[in-house]
Design a protein around this ligand. Structure first.
Ligand code: DOR
Ligand code: ZN
Ligand code: ZN
Ligand code: ZN
Length: 342
């Protein structure tokens, strides 16, 4: 088949290091099928799903169950993230066994507030070679503590959804000192500041947003993730934090990158190349011998975000009706068209 793409841009498809697909337990907010269809609409062919489900994903059976289901669905590729500890407690999960299924662990919704718990987790991450997605922002002091630990105990640490100028300062200093650590942002935190909408970390002040943009320019931020957090209307009304954004993450990011003279190449690196490297995937760039995971984009199109067009079961996004830039026309996974909006 010949795909007519003149005037459009072909890019490596996107890889989301951090989203919530809500399976098992919260399927009324999202399930793997709706979440992955939304992800494909957003240009993603690989997503990493957080472990704060019901029950929490803290053993190999639950990780494998989601991996098996995603293979059957044949939509996006899935990395199921596993909790660091069992059932929100202090006892570690069976790292070695679970590593047959996943190499990514997280403390999202899990209690690793004690320094010692994090110290040992970081030591394990180095010894066994797994990645820890640390969910500590907006607790700036916890970021400081974890980077402090890293000076003594090297580990594979990634800081989720950086939103605070102070966190950026801490990470920049650590990187300048040669400490190996990576971090990500979510689109909403650079899109707008001081929005009255519940999300964790909360919307920052304008100086935080500006600091995030500067940090992208100077290379302190490694990854553009989504933190796609779908919630039903009822749950939002009860105060559940989070934003449904996986299908509009690219146009949210691209609008801000554009306004700040940040290049499409830079965004591609942060949405595809770097997450692929972190996850050891054979994609994330357009090159001979790499998987043909591609996205066709109209980078010039400006339009209003419309939550009524969301494929996601949840429409919780405060930017309905605001201008975003860049439209996904097609998403291709390993040479097969998975989303087609021509
Ligand atoms: O806003 C958020 N929603 N932040 C989080 O850290 C968790 C997420 C969720 O699971 O809904
Ligand atoms: Zn601040
Ligand atoms: Zn979070
Ligand atoms: Zn999250």
């Amino acid at each position: 088949e010949i795909i007519e793409g003149s005037g459009y841009t072909i890019m490596p498809s996107f890889i989301d290091l951090h989203c919530h697909l809500r399976e098992p337990g919260y399927e009324y907010k999202e399930d793997m099928e709706s979440g992955m269809k939304a992800a494909l609409r957003g240009g993603y062919t690989h997503v990493c799903a957080m472990a704060n489900t019901k029950p929490v994903i803290d053993n190999i059976e639950l990780v494998k169950k989601n991996h098996d289901k995603s293979k059957k669905l044949g939509l996006c590729d899935l990395t199921q993230i596993c909790a660091l500890t069992k059932n929100f407690g202090k006892e570690y999960v069976e790292f070695k066994e679970i590593m047959q299924e996943t190499k990514v662990f997280s403390n999202d919704g899990v209690n690793v507030n004690e320094r010692e718990t994090m110290e040992r987790a970081l030591a394990y991450s180095k010894a066994l070679d797994f990645l820890i997605l640390s969910h500590c922002e907006p607790e700036v002091e916890t970021v400081r503590r974890d980077l402090d630990i890293l000076k003594e105990i090297p580990g594979n640490l990634h800081i989720c959804h950086v939103s605070e100028h102070e966190t950026i300062n801490i990470i920049r200093l650590a990187k300048d000192q040669g400490i190996e650590v990576t971090c990500e942002i979510a689109p909403h935190h650079i899109f707008e500041s001081e929005v009255d909408y519940k999300v964790n970390p909360p919307f920052g002040r304008e100086q935080d947003r500006k600091a995030l943009i500067r940090a992208i320019k100077e290379g302190t931020i490694d990854i553009c993730a989504t933190d796609h957090a779908p919630h039903s209307k009822e749950d939002k009304d009860q105060g559940a934090p989070g934003i449904s954004n996986i299908e509009v993450a690219f146009p949210m990011y691209w609008k801000v990158f554009n306004e700040n003279n940040l290049s499409l190449e830079k965004l591609s690196e942060m949405m595809s190349y770097k997450p692929a490297k972190m996850l050891d995937l054979n994609c994330g760039e357009i090159a001979v011998g790499k998987e043909a995971n591609l996205v066709l984009v109209n980078t010039e199109k400006e339009y209003l975000m419309d939550i009524n067009k969301f494929i996601s079961k949840s429409k919780n996004n405060p930017f309905h009706g605001t201008i975003i830039k860049g439209e996904i026309l097609m998403t291709i996974k390993r040479g097969v068209i998975k989303y087609d909006n021509r």
